[in-house]
Design a protein around this ligand. Structure first.
Ligand SMILES: C[S@@+](CC[C@H](N)C(=O)[O-])C[C@H]1O[C@@H](n2cnc3c(N)ncnc32)[C@H](O)[C@@H]1O
Length: 221
């Protein structure tokens, strides 16, 4: 993006949101570009534009924008789980694959990414290849209808859709293998059958707040 466009965006943000949120946004993008660079030249930061949408005219707007999670905060949440090589990580609405790139720093057996938009899946594939993770499973499709792999143990969702749809996705995951759920940027406060391990509020930008849930083996769903 050209410098002049960036400057105009900065001014617009400043006028609309004020100094604090605008500076946080600048920090977040710089952090993102540094993350991409340090991870081998990834492309997870630049915002999705309309030409990144599927060419069959599927919905535009926030729901389909590949806005990425905060890598440091996702890493922190994963550190609270004792990830072992028996674990399988799935990001529902994987965007350009930033969460998968973060999860690659943990000893997961397998990484799975699901996204509605072909372009996002393609960028994710290219990002993961740069990290030497060509074997990750990427599924292009609608998370509202597609069958999920049945061995997922840790599921991550960052703002892909409203709370009731998130709950519907969680209900369709295999109970017997799923042990933890991380929901970032949502108002969700509880999920039946899971206990809240952490309800983290990220004050500088609540879109990166998250709920970390662990399966409660004493509750039948
Ligand atoms: C906010 S981005 C999250 C990006 C990524 N999870 C991350 O943390 O960096 C949300 C993603 O959800 C995807 N999405 C929205 N609705 C979906 C659906 N019904 N099925 C699959 N993916 C969907 C969008 O295409 C977008 O890439």
């Amino acid at each position: 993006m050209r410098l002049a466009t960036r400057v105009r965006q900065f001014q617009g943000n400043l006028a609309e949101n004020g100094l604090g949120p605008t500076l946080y946004k600048v920090y977040f993008y710089l952090y993102g570009y540094a993350f991409d660079y340090g991870s081998g030249g990834l492309d997870t930061t630049s915002p999705a534009t309309s030409d990144t949408l599927a060419d069959d005219g599927r919905p535009k707007g926030d729901r389909t924008a590949a806005f990425p999670c905060h890598p440091r905060i996702l890493r922190q949440s994963l550190q609270k789980l004792d990830i072992t090589p028996a674990d399988v990580f799935m990001d529902i609405g994987c965007g350009k694959g930033r969460a998968l790139a973060v999860a690659a720093g943990f000893p997961f057996k397998r990484l799975v990414g699901v996204d509605l938009i072909r372009h996002h899946i393609e960028v994710t594939r290219s990002n993961l290849q740069k990290m030497g993770l060509a074997e990750a499973q990427l599924i292009e499709g609608n998370a509202l209808t597609l069958p999920f792999p049945d061995d997922v143990t840790v599921c991550f969702l960052f703002k892909p859709f409203p709370e009731e749809v998130i709950l519907d996705c969680i209900r369709r995951l295999n109970d017997s293998s799923l042990r933890a759920i991380i929901v970032m940027g949502s108002d969700l406060e509880e999920v039946e059958g899971y206990r809240v391990v952490r309800n983290y509020v990220h004050r500088p930008s609540t879109r990166f707040s998250y709920l970390l849930l662990e399966r409660d083996p004493t509750v039948m769903r």
